[in-house]
Design a protein around this ligand. Sequence first.
Ligand SMILES: Cc1cc2nc3c(=O)[nH]c(=O)nc-3n(C[C@H](O)[C@H](O)[C@H](O)COP(=O)(O)OP(=O)(O)OC[C@H]3O[C@@H](n4cnc5c(N)ncnc54)[C@H](O)[C@@H]3O)c2cc1C
Length: 393
Amino acid sequence: MSVFHYDVAIIGGGIHGAGVAQAAAAKGYSVLVLEQTAIASGTSSRSSKLIHGGLRYLETAQFALVRESLREREWLLRMASGLVKRIPFYIPIYKSSKRGPLTLSLGLSLYALLGGLGEYVRFKIIPQLEWSKLDGIDPLNLSAVYQYWDAQTDDQALTQAVMRSARDLGATLCLPAEFEQAQRMSDGFRLSYVHEGRQKHCNATTLVNAAGPWLTQVLKRITPPVLKIETALVQGTHIIVDGKMERGIYYLEASADQRPVFVIPWKGRTMVGTTETAYTGDPSKVHPTEAEMAYLLETLAYYFPKYRTLKRSQIESAFAGLRVLPGGTDTFGARTRETVLEVDDPEQPRLVTIYGGKLTTYRGTAEKVMNRLAGSLPTREAKANPLKIKLRP
Ligand SMILES: Cc1cc2nc3c(=O)[nH]c(=O)nc-3n(C[C@H](O)[C@H](O)[C@H](O)COP(=O)(O)OP(=O)(O)OC[C@H]3O[C@@H](n4cnc5c(N)ncnc54)[C@H](O)[C@@H]3O)c2cc1C
């Protein structure tokens, strides 16, 4: 029985799987994507939906990540203008805030510098007379409000648009299709997966593990076994409540522990997130906990008095997503948010596992994955340059 052969097989239809599928198909390779549930059904629909440099990563000196993210943000604003919009961010500084005006001014100046000093990279201080127009933020003990620019997207719609572009370039999407096993041969992999209840097989020269929080389960299904990767799963929860933030996104310190929390306008409602809770269970079962929802409600009410009567029962919806961070003993906040690419063989990789990283940097990540696999792939005629492909909603 003859089986299909692909240059690149990808496990996972989140933003990373979609990005690699687009990059590989643009290079003229034959591509298969296996997604067990639906496009963006994992972390890629449960993020904070920000396309940003990550101001807070300056505190942990992740300058390269911030610079790359800011560059990608500008590219997305140009090439996915129907999906990514610039939006003002506000940071209020209270007498009790952990980060004072000097730290903020320094951080935002560096952010502007890394962003390339364009029209929208400048930050400003909102005059006190205008504080009353900031969606009812508590003025008591407020000493300054900073405003800068970043961008917002619909993460699920963005992922779907990238996957659509990959398919337009010829990539095959199999969905729902659960990857079951891969056996490494001298010239690639023999794969088995279950599609619409039937077991199927194919061969692939290279394999990309873009299974996000499921990546270790996927690695366990590859024979002979590849190196074990030490990771930690961290749960981030958002809640959605009634009422709309008119001015933009508020970047706050959580009242309980000073962690960053965003208050975000979202489809006519207000979204508040996120938390950072260790998670060890089945990634498919992740859900918001009562403690996380109480933490987010408390922070919202602390800064916005109009929400002080809001009860748990008035949370309209909530969702939780999982970040994959490197294992270790540092606090979660101190661990790198860079994308990590692990390969089976540093000399000639055929298997790349992606973890960590950001929605914002998916295109750059996909390019790096393809560069790692280039030596194992045949020469093909390129069809397009992903940098020049517009993404439409
Ligand atoms: C709470 C939170 C907030 C975030 N906020 C932001 C933000 O504002 N901005 C930003 O840039 N980044 C943000 N991120 C990071 C970003 O969301 C992630 O880096 C990104 O979505 C990860 O995408 P992924 O494709 O690697 O994983 P996923 O989106 O989880 O995709 C993995 C896919 O693999 C599939 N899969 C797994 N196993 C199998 C199998 N055996 N067979 C077939 N398919 C399989 C799953 O069904 C899933 O669809 C946030 C992350 C979290 C957790």
